[in-house]
Design a protein around this ligand. Structure first.
Ligand SMILES: [Zn+2]
Length: 413
């Protein structure tokens, strides 16, 4: 289906519906009452929004929770330890098989852009990266996948990783990852960040790190990352994921860090599904949420997004279906979003905010842009989140990728 018109489409926040004309995969007209001989799809006044973006997930680790031992403490540290054994035995085809399932779930749920981390270390070598590169090839022309070379085991703590990171970039990783808090000392954490910047500059790539995924107010690598970004003038090219410890800082130190993040134009990604599970495990009561300061970051004008992060792995066993409306629902609870205005922002997070983070061009429902949109069975974004509404149609570049239909019957006397 190359040329078609979506009739009665409701764009976000609009009272009146419009028609959207698509020719050769591009949006060519948006107006009322488009006359056409091409095929038409009646959106029936439902929302038509750009397809979702998941800016943070781990396709190499996904869906392994059933074949590894149980995570008894539930902590991040044990999640990482359990993976060591499995990681040694990863194969490219195993990663492609598990990752394909997740990508297909994502497509059914209206997500067509993914940024996945791939572990790069001396345990699994470059197999996780090669697996995701293979996956990217398999889905080429269908969805977009960016790959982050992710030194989860540390760089100084795991000698040999720096060399592997450079090899990963040569093999085709799109983004330089990092995990600075997983070093033995604060000095090493700083060196870790310095090395990531060296590699990023060498290959002219963006940076996307896992930062301070911990409850301790002493986890402070975010400050160095912000300072380094400012010094290197890497404005807008650095992303910090998780940053749980930011919520453990005293308000004065937190305010200083937030103003530095703003100055550095760092993008933030919160991953509440995973972190609500992992953090606060050493707390008695009250158990802290372990979620970064979402509202304060947004209020400061910082670009904040959310990601699925984990799906049925050692970090997040049992859960996850690569649905950005589900992750949004969890984010809303974690961050206490209740007002209509806040829910609008919540919808920006896996759409326009993430497009900014991924530096996507031509994203959104506009004439001249690729026809990549979902028809969602809801009239408002509030309703979309509340019901995790059915993604009736999922189009990418004008191609119909998925259709969902839920039929419910209620028998009352
Ligand atoms: Zn992650």
């Amino acid at each position: 289906m190359k040329n078609f018109v979506v009739k009665n489409a409701r764009l976000r926040g609009q009272n009146k519906t419009v028609d959207i004309e698509v020719k050769d995969g591009i949006i060519t007209k948006i107006s009322k009452g488009i006359k056409t001989k091409a095929k038409t799809i009646d959106a029936q006044g439902n929302l038509v929004t750009p397809t979702f973006i998941d800016p943070h997930l781990h396709l190499d680790k996904a869906l392994i929770s059933e074949v590894v031992r149980e995570n008894k403490s539930g902590t991040l540290a044990e999640s990482i330890e359990i993976i060591w054994n499995k990681k040694k035995n990863y194969t490219i085809s195993d990663i492609v098989e598990r990752g394909s399932k997740v990508i297909k779930w994502g497509i059914l749920n209206g997500t067509t852009f993914f940024r996945s981390h791939a572990d790069v270390d001396t345990i699994g070598g470059l197999i996780p990266l090669k697996g995701i590169l293979e996956l990217k090839k398999k889905f080429e022309g269908i969805v977009d996948i960016q790959i982050v070379a992710f030194p989860q085991e540390g760089i100084l703590k795991d000698p040999g990783t720096e060399k592997l990171m450079r090899q990963a970039m040569k093999l085709g990783a799109d983004v330089v990852g990092g995990m600075p808090y997983n070093e033995y000392t604060d000095d090493d954490s700083k060196k870790h960040i310095d090395i990531c910047f060296e590699i990023a500059k060498e290959f002219d790539k963006d940076i996307d790190m896992h930062v301070d995924e911990d409850d301790s107010p002493n986890a402070r690598t975010l400050q160095y990352l912000a300072a380094k970004t400012i010094k290197e003038k890497y404005f807008g090219r650095v992303t910090a994921g998780h940053t749980c410890a930011l919520s453990a800082y005293d308000p004065y130190y937190a305010a200083k860090i937030i103003s530095m993040l703003k100055e550095a134009k760092i993008n933030m990604i919160t991953n509440p599904a995973t972190n609500l599970m992992l953090e606060g495990r050493r707390d008695l009561q009250p158990i802290r949420r372990g979620i970064t300061r979402i509202k304060e970051l947004l209020a400061a004008g910082i670009n904040v997004c959310y990601g699925q992060d984990c799906l049925k792995d050692t970090f997040y066993p049992t859960w996850g279906q690569e649905d950005m409306l589900e992750v949004g629902l969890i984010t809303a609870h974690a961050a206490q979003f209740t007002q209509p205005k806040e829910i609008e922002v919540l919808f920006d997070m896996p759409t326009v905010n993430s497009a900014k983070l991924l530096r996507l061009k031509n994203y959104g429902i506009k004439v001249g842009n690729p026809a990549s949109f979902n028809i969602i069975e809801a009239q408002t974004v509030q309703e979309a989140f509340r019901k995790r509404a059915t993604r009736l149609f999922v189009f990418k570049n004008g191609k119909l990728l998925a259709q969902n239909k839920v039929e419910s019957k209620l028998y009352l006397s």
